[in-house]
Design a protein around this ligand. Structure first.
Ligand SMILES: NC(=O)c1ccc[n+]([C@@H]2O[C@H](COP(=O)([O-])OP(=O)(O)OC[C@H]3O[C@@H](n4cnc5c(N)ncnc54)[C@H](O)[C@@H]3O)[C@@H](O)[C@H]2O)c1
Length: 468
């Protein structure tokens, strides 16, 4: 369903009316147009607090991009910014430069105590007003869980509140802010996440904190088709978010098996035929489903590299009025079936080395929702499952979740008008997301270069005001 308000407010008359009435003025988000589009262009300012360990990686990744890179200078607290390498030109922040930045990238891994937080102010205070529309802020810190000393943990945890607040301040420009918390010595795992969070692929992801751990060295991948040679299963692929996931993974080079229930086969085949994939008719809650799926994957491809548990249903009723089959079905489709499928694939050794599993949670699983005790319980359960399984992964596979907020699909088109309008506007970007926003986030998790990204729950919600 199209967002008429977003279109209206971006006409000259609509813009003036919205401003004078104090109504939100969402900026249309720039999404990826071509797979070979540079991940970032324009002027990018990088900086580092003293002792930053990620600045040379940031400098290298950006040095190979289409952007013009500047490093902050002029403040003692930012001296290590020069370690971004000689492709970055020094820019004195006090100079009143007229540059308009497409991104600000800051390495905060060296901050050891709350006093060091001053470097954030020194870097962002003079630069934040120079962010252009649809710009990106990416901050790299050290995961506080790995900090031995309390002052260091305090400084690193402070980055979370800082990043989320920046996201709320710059959302009106269609810009996003995200935080990458890396484990010590995990610099080699940063590249795929820096690229994703600076790119148009993450247009609707803001205010998120991603933990990046150590892993095998990230392989260099074909940036246009990183999933070449991989086989992916996508459940619920006949429409909505699932269809977009199938198309996006195929765009990135994967061969896709789309799965859906029998009544959806005609739509499913349209999706899979267009991407030269295979269609599998299966109700994932049936007792024989795990075996049927595993047999299919084994027979046609000898196993799977990527499993995306997208199929989901809602059966809303307040708890006192909820029939028991509403409860049972919702838990079965959204949660139990995923566990059974994974068990079967792993028991039979059909998830290949370096495999990727992605589950779909929901903002309802984080914040709860009226009339959705069943759905919210299932989607919260997904988070618990992903976090526990990630600990067992031991570099053999990764498992992560996405938690979509308000995404424009048939599911949300069916909502009452006032609730739908509230859902669209109650986020920093004042608009709903598109299925492709969820799909791009999943494609980043699935990249062979994202081995250090494990056990995360990234919300694709435009930084919704609901929940954490
Ligand atoms: N749309 C949103 O705003 C939103 C928000 C948060 C989470 N989500 C989650 O994202 C996922 C996709 O949502 P969507 O909006 O595209 O939903 P949708 O209803 O458009 O698509 C869901 C798909 O799952 C399939 N499916 C349902 N039960 C199945 C079963 N037993 N076996 C196999 N396939 C089955 C359906 O046939 C359908 O094709 C779901 O897990 C949903 O809970 C969506």
């Amino acid at each position: 369903m199209s967002d008429i308000y977003l279109k209206l407010v971006n006409t000259p008359v609509g813009k003036t009316a919205a401003q004078s009435l104090g109504l939100p003025s969402p900026v249309p988000l720039k999404r990826l147009k071509r797979a070979d589009q540079p991940f970032i262009e324009g002027d990018v300012l990088v900086g580092a607090g003293n002792g930053g360990k990620a600045i040379s990686t940031i400098g290298r990744v950006l040095g190979a991009s289409a952007a013009t890179v500047h490093h902050a200078s002029g403040k003692e607290s930012l001296e290590d910014s020069s370690k971004a390498g000689n492709k970055a030109q020094a820019l004195d922040l006090a100079s009143g430069s007229e540059a308009r930045f497409s991104a600000l990238v800051f390495d905060a891994t060296g901050l050891k105590s709350p006093d060091d937080l001053r470097a954030l102010y020194d870097f962002f205070h003079p630069s934040i007003k120079k962010l252009g529309a649809n710009a990106r802020v990416v901050i790299v810190g050290q995961d506080p869980a790995t900090c031995r000393k309390a002052p260091q943990a305090a400084a690193q945890q402070a980055l979370e509140g800082f990043t989320r607040s920046i996201g709320k301040e710059i959302g009106k420009k269609g810009a996003t802010a995200n935080l990458l918390w890396m484990a010590p010595n995990a610099e080699s795992q940063l590249e795929s996440s820096i690229r994703f969070f600076l790119s148009a692929r993450s247009a609707y992801v803001s205010g998120q904190v991603v933990r990046i751990g150590k892993s095998e060295d990230a392989p260099s991948t074909n940036p246009v088709a990183p999933l070449t040679g991989k086989v992916a299963l996508v459940t619920g692929a006949s429409r909505g978010i699932g269809a977009s996931i199938a198309e996006t993974l195929a765009r990135d080079g994967a061969t896709v098996i789309g799965l859906d229930i029998e009544p959806a086969m005609e739509d499913l085949e349209k999706v899979t035929n267009a991407i030269k994939g295979k269609a599998l008719s299966c109700d994932i809650t049936a007792a024989d489903a795990p075996g049927k799926i595993a047999d299919f994957a084994e027979k046609h491809f000898g196993g799977l590299d990527i499993v995306i548990h997208n199929a989901g249903i809602t059966r809303d009723k307040t708890l006192g009025n909820m029939p028991e089959h509403f409860w049972d079905m919702t838990i079965a489709v959204n949660l139990t079936a995923e566990e059974h499928m994974n068990d079967e694939l792993m028991d039979r050794g059909l998830l290949k080395e370096g495999g990727r599993i992605v589950c779909i949670s929901s903002i309802s699983g984080i914040a709860g929702n009226f009339g959705q005790t069943n759905y919210s319980a299932a989607k919260s359960g997904v988070i618990g499952y992903v976090e526990a399984m990630a600990k067992q992964a031991k570099n053999n596979f990764t498992i992560n979740a996405v938690a979509p907020g308000f995404i424009e699909t048939q599911m949300t088109a069916a909502m009452p008008m006032t609730l739908r309008e509230a859902g669209r506007r109650m986020n920093s970007l004042s608009q709903g997301g598109q299925p492709v926003d969820v799909a791009e986030t999943i494609a980043w998790y699935c990249s062979p270069a994202s081995g250090g990204v494990n056990g995360n729950v990234v919300r694709v919600c435009g930084q919704s005001l609901l929940g954490k």
